[in-house]
Design a protein. Sequence first.
Lengths: 216, 179
Amino acid sequence: MAASEAEPMPEIATEVIVVIDLVESTLTSNLFGWYAVGRHSLRDLRSLVGEVGKSRGLRCVRSTGDGYLLTFHDPQSAEMAAIRAVEAVFDLLHRILVRNQQVSEERALNLRCAVHLGEVDVVADDREGPHISMAFRLEEISRASLPAALNPIPPEQFPLQNYVLCSEEVAGILSRRTKQWDLSSIGLLKLKGFPGWREVFRVLPEGQAAQVAMAE
Amino acid sequence: MQAEAPIRKPLALVICDIAGSTRLIAREGDLVATSVFREFFEYAGRLGRKHHSLMIKFMGDSFLAAFENIDDVMPFIISIERLLSQNSIFVGRLLGFYFSLHYGNVLYIETSYGSEVLGDAVNVAAYLNELKAPNEVVISRDAFERLHSDYRARAGASESRSFKGVGDVEFRRLDLLGL
């Protein structure tokens, strides 16, 4: 009997998956020391994630080494969970901005964030399934990804840190259900392991997409 | 040197996707796959120049090529298809190519990484490519109407599909086997 057959099948849930990656965390830890700087940064980030997520349906927090995999759940409405998750991410970015003004430069936190929604296997303190991989693929997108995209924005317009990307699924929900944020396509990309072209969006606070367009 | 100003112009857009690239990476490893793709892109680039493509852009296991004259497109596609049987490095490794063809207005620009075409027409070509079957070209009505009658006569029946952000797109399939 395969080992997996002895275990009960995990619960399946539709959750919003958020991947948060600390920009240059390994470099910072190597330069300034894990015990002096790195561990404090991750602990601060974990604490801030808890603060912004607790009233917004945060259900899972798992360390990825350089950041966190988070999931948000709303038993009544998966779409509302997406809105709350994006709210939480922007709240987190705001708190980090405030924090960065109060700490030394080497302890500053800068993030890359990606948001996706889909069915996941709920396992203890973790999540599994292709939608998790999709969220990580979104988080991995960088300036270097854009020459391989269709209809890309100019690479130099892609931010280096403190931004939020989302999948078509999340972009559809945000555009239908709220005017709180603007969505700006960064292009159609092929994501490793997933067939076809997928449009990826940057989520911006309301009015900022117009400013980006004006600057082009 | 100053970059050329963006130009809006009607172009024929071809997207080609390699069938079986994931299988190739799994079976032979990424080092072999990378060298196969590199070899393919070199051939495709050469064939693009031979058939007067305005630009060709390689993306992982795909490319986008743009042509000012749609009459250059089918000879280009057929020459790419023939690489499968004529080049030993591809035989048995690549399962085929998925092609899509659309004709529409795009913005042609020079960027920091080379020539680029932008516009909804590019999305149409990309979405048509997802209706793929190996060894055939999925051709939008806008492109089909401009193709040589020899190719039009060989194409399948008209089909239609709705794409997000684009709407309904009419297209036909053209089997490359026997061309």
